[in-house]
Each structure stands twice: as C-alpha cells, then as structure tokens.
Design a protein around this ligand. Sequence first.
Ligand SMILES: [Cu+2]
Length: 92
Amino acid sequence: MPINKGQVGHEFVLGSKKELDEHAALMKKFPDMEHDEPYMAHVPAGKQGEIIWTFNRSGEFDFACLLPGHYEAGMVGRIKVVSAGNKATAGR
Ligand SMILES: [Cu+2]
C-alpha cells in the first residue's frame, strides 16, 4: 500500500518499463491529463492509496510515479513476484 509521507502528490503506476516510458512521455506533453485505472493510484500528500492487483505469473514488474519530473528524478521501483508460496517483495 503506497503511503505518501511527502509534501506533494505522487502516483503509483504499475507497468512494464516500456509502458511506463511511454506514459511518462505522454504526461510530459499533457501534464494535466487525468486517468484512473486499476493499475494506478494517485496519492495526495499525507494520504495513502491502495491497489489490489493479482499477478498471474511470476517475474519482475516495474512501478513508477509518472508525474512530470518525478519519473526522471528516479521515482521507480521493481516488484519481484515469486510463484512458490505467494511471496512478493517490493524494492527500489
Ligand atoms: Cu512522484
């Protein structure tokens, strides 16, 4: 569950590196674009968000904050999904 302890809003978007790159480029062109999809959460400062996502295969998956400037500043991370025992870990 993403918790935003900072002073500005962030978003949590799950996707492949390619999708995240494309979406980040789009958001640079249209900074006011708004969307709400099951694979993303918009988290205002001081709030927390929630995503319920079932991974149907193991592997490494990327997530990022795609707000203009944030992605470029390195707000990315990777989720490693392991099939045995339903263990999932998130890290940078
Ligand atoms: Cu951000």
